[in-house]
Design a protein. Sequence first.
Lengths: 110, 110
Amino acid sequence: QQQVKQSPQSLIVQKGGISIINCAYENTAFDYFPWYQQFPGKGPALLIAIRPDVSEKKEGRFTISFNKSAKQFSLHIMDSQPGDSATYFCAASNFNKFYFGSGTKLNVKP
Amino acid sequence: DVKVTQSSRYLVKRTGEKVFLECVQDMDHENMFWYRQDPGLGLRLIYFSYDVKMKEKGDIPEGYSVSREKKERFSLILESASTNQTSMYLCASSLGEGYTFGSGTRLTVV
């Protein structure tokens, strides 16, 4: 049973557009929700993370929106750039153990 | 920056071989993890360790074992490699929040 469900599997966005990736979880014990960005040939790298006591966190063009009651969180990439083309993973954790979504391959077209 | 080094980027092994995947981190992290990454399945936890000599099974431990003799080194062992273990293997370490991943080892079992 997948602990974290991620959608869409792939996403194509025009340069300057907004990319939105969604995740849902079931376990209310999760207390940390990071997003990872992975470029081909590299390991995933931490992009941005949120805890459930806030509803939104913004870092530059990247924003996490968190809905505790719906058990959902999403990544918004504003003004998407070709350099943002990568695979994005959401994750949820408690007690240092992480569960990852299945990943979203983002392609930003110039 | 924390560095997690995986000894091989690409490996090709034969069915039935015993395979060792090595991972070393340089920041004195307590926690280390082994994941495998497969398209459409995301990252799945194989084994993890919170201390030297300690190991815990993750979600898919069958066919694998691990060794942690020193804090900085965490080895994944495929006892008898099979073709369904062809995958990208990612090692990660953490002190608390967030993982630092290695660049991965792409293993092909023929």
